[in-house]
Design a binder for this molecule. Structure first.
Ligand code: KIV
Length: 280
């Protein structure tokens, strides 16, 4: 009886085919687009995973979206680990990538490795993402040497916002576009399993996707990347003051939630809630 139950349970477990970095490579090879979104908490991760998302990014955009900071710079490694472990508890199938936050890897490959190891060990995440190209090659190599899968991030890299000065499209000029292409090739050579291309001309993203073997995931980079990523709160219309051209909003949850809460307030004030059926 016990062995029968064990067999049923292991069959049930096998039914969930987990997404790995190899799955993403296979998807690129077979021309299937990769769908990626951000998540920072258990409940949202559970919904997105059940909906069939391929990759969840515990992005340092949590600094903006969850904490209300103006940039991604203030979020700490401990806070990223808290968000990542909440997301991990909510998922069964998708691949989870976690941003190494600002100050946890730049200019110090040993620090990069210890930050990445803390994320993997303390949150149970599957991989990490680092922003930048040749400047952080040592950090990427050292993290990879520990068997930790690394996703790259080129183009608009928000951790460098004070260097750029604005959030406008990157790599419109030839010199910056050539640097981006050579960085993308370097990240592939180092062993990154995928690269996010943020806010660059669609033509440039098309060229990068064609010249690389590993998948590229675009945000504001046109339709030729091998996958797309958006910040979930933007897609659901929870954030309302961020309206870049690349964003498609699928819901206006800000208004929906505000309406529902307004109704609740009215019901409490008018003593309509709770009614007889809603009490003991
Ligand atoms: O932190 C984040 O949400 C990101 C995506 C915009 C790619 O890095």
């Amino acid at each position: 009886m016990a062995s029968q139950i064990n067999r049923i349970m292991s069959t049930a477990k096998k039914e969930v085919k987990r997404i790995t970095t190899h799955t993403l490579q296979k998807m690129k090879n077979e021309g299937e687009k990769i769908a990626m979104l951000t998540a920072y908490d258990f409940s949202t991760a559970q919904i997105l995973d059940e909906a069939g998302i391929d990759v969840l990014l515990v992005g340092d955009s949590a600094s903006n979206v969850m904490a209300g900071h103006e940039t991604t710079l203030p979020i700490t490694l401990d806070q990223m680990i808290y968000h990542a472990s909440s997301v991990i508890r909510g998922i069964k199938r998708c691949l989870v990538v976690v941003d190494l936050p600002f100050g946890s890897y730049q200019g110090n490959s040993r620090k990069a490795l210890s930050s990445a190891i803390r994320i993997m060990k303390e949150s149970g995440a599957h991989s990490v993402k680092l922003e930048g190209g040749a400047e952080i090659a040592d950090s990427i190599s050292r993290v990879l040497s520990a068997g930790i899968p690394v996703m790259g991030h080129l183009g608009l890299t928000p951790q460098s916002i004070y260097k750029f000065g604005t959030y406008t499209v990157r790599a419109k000029e030839e010199a910056e576009a050539e640097k981006l292409i050579s960085d993308a090739k370097l990240l592939e050579e180092l062993g990154c399993f995928a690269i996010v291309l943020e806010k660059i001309p669609a033509k440039l993203a098309t060229r990068v996707a064609a010249e690389l073997t590993i998948p590229t995931i675009g945000i504001g980079a046109g339709n030729s990347a091998d996958g797309q990523v958006l910040v979930t709160h933007d897609l659901l219309g929870i954030t309302k003051d961020f309206n870049p051209r690349f964003l498609r909003r699928y819901l206006d949850l800000f208004s929906e939630i505000k309406g529902a809460v307004g109704q609740y307030i009215d019901d409490v004030k008018s003593k309509d809630f709770p009614n007889e059926k809603e009490q003991y």
